[in-house]
Design a binder for this molecule. Structure first.
Ligand code: ATP
Ligand code: MG
Length: 157
């Protein structure tokens, strides 16, 4: 069905804001006011965002910001989720989309997970004719980019 992505993202972040009340994480919203409508399976895209935002929290020390951005780029709506966490070494950046891959044993032991989240995210986003990729600097932070083609752009830029 057709979903207005800005309102949808606010809803996802509202839910995280409620569950992280006691943790030292701040969500920063940079969401375009211009309405962008995307034809998507909202449950699946929710699952993708839940994993990416959970990753940003899991792999960050306490006290970090997680910045969620939505902007229009050509025919795509581009979402990005940035953290100030552990980062991912260059040689691992391709592999994080592989099933069951986790970057290192130490971080894998500290925080739970199966290593499936990003593999599923890639499958779902590609099924929506979108793309997902990572830009990361080891020990500085990570940004995950997701693009989805929009079908309609509302007025009011
Ligand atoms: P699951 O999502 O199945 O619970 P997971 O979080 O380990 O488990 P993915 O979400 O697929 O699996 O992520 C794969 C690996 O990529 C993670 O184990 C982690 O090592 C690394 N990773 C993912 N996101 C980040 C991030 N924001 N910062 C640092 N490392 C990350
Ligand atoms: Mg995960």
């Amino acid at each position: 069905s057709s979903v207005e992505l800005g309102a949808f993202l606010h809803g996802v972040i509202d839910r995280f804001d409620m569950i992280v009340k006691d943790e030292n994480i701040t969500f920063v919203r940079r969401i375009a006011r211009q309405p962008l409508y995307v034809r998507m399976d909202a449950d699946k895209v929710t699952q993708v965002l839940d994993n990416v935002i959970s990753n940003a929290m899991k792999y960050s020390p306490k006290g970090g910001n997680v910045v969620v951005t939505l902007l229009q780029r050509g025919k795509q709506a581009q979402i990005s989720i940035s953290d100030q966490g552990l980062g991912i070494p260059k040689e691992a950046q391709e592999k994080v989309f592989d099933r069951f891959y986790r970057v290192d044993k130490a971080r894998a032991r500290n925080v739970g997970g199966t290593g499936l989240g990003l593999a599923i995210a890639q499958e779902y986003i590609q099924a929506h004719d979108g793309e997902i990729w990572i830009s990361s600097e080891y020990q500085k932070g990570t940004t995950v980019y997701i693009t989805l083609p929009y079908t309609f752009k509302g007025g009011r830029g």
